[in-house]
Design a protein around this ligand. Structure first.
Ligand code: ZN
Length: 238
């Protein structure tokens, strides 16, 4: 092969790789490869400021998101500014007085991405911590039933059977490494509830019983009157 032919082949191969790369990476607004956020996801990730809109099962387009399976972040997405923003905003949302939750998942803020935040009752000061690419790899055989509620199923509570101990694998945001952990007690219940959201499963699917909770309904009505649960005008799903 001549020198010129070799150069031509290299240029052609580079062009093909480049095209393939563009096809695989989808929207890429920060010059990185491996960013596969959809335009709708980017809108929610970039437009949300601190406390995010929270999806509810009674809204048609919200319920579609709540019932979908969520995907892992790619290696490049784990390093993206959108990823950091989401971790921060998830914490702000679950801790906002209008929600006051012990856990939250990305589908609840409109994103089918594998991130949750969980209040760690098993740690001192009970911090709420974010976990990305989380999967439950083992469930204990020992099952206990207890009360649960969900920010996306307003005004109701239920009695739900759960494993009393689980093993989780996840990407640790602080150390930027993959980790596994054995979790027990009430913290394990929250992990199971939130990770279920990433599979499109709600606690009402597993509950032995579901009942109206007047106290929560009264509290929520006050925040609703203040506009805390209004869907933003820019929201991409109608
Ligand atoms: Zn929930």
């Amino acid at each position: 092969m001549s020198y010129k032919s070799l150069i031509a082949v290299i240029v052609l191969v580079a062009a093909v790789i480049s095209c393939k790369s563009n096809t695989n990476t989808g929207t890429n607004n920060n010059g990185q490869t491996g960013i596969t956020f959809t335009p709708e996801e980017l809108m929610i990730l970039n437009q949300s400021d601190s406390v995010m809109y929270l999806t509810v099962i009674g809204d048609k387009s919200d319920s579609i998101i709540l019932r979908k399976t969520s995907r892992d972040f790619t290696e490049h997405e784990l390093q993206s500014k959108e990823f950091q923003t989401l971790a921060r905003n998830l914490l702000a949302t679950v801790q906002d007085p209008s929600q006051d939750g012990v856990g939250i998942s990305a589908p609840q803020v409109g994103l089918n991405l594998r991130m949750i935040a969980v209040m760690r009752y098993d740690k001192e000061d009970k911090p709420i911590e974010p976990y990305a690419n989380i999967h439950i790899t083992d469930y204990s055989q020992n099952i206990k039933s207890g009360p649960e509620g969900c920010l996306s199923v307003p005004n109701y509570r239920g009695i739900v059977p759960r494993s009393d101990s689980i093993i989780v694998s996840y990407y640790d945001i602080n150390s930027k490494t993959s980790k596994t952990d054995t979790i027990g007690g009430y913290t394990a219940i929250i992990f199971q509830h939130e990770t279920d959201h990433l599979e499109g499963i709600l606690y009402i699917d597993r509950a032995d019983s579901v009942f109206f909770n007047q106290k929560w309904a009264d509290e929520r009505k006050l925040f609703e009157q203040q506009g805390a649960y209004t869907k933003p005008a820019w929201w991409p799903y109608k």
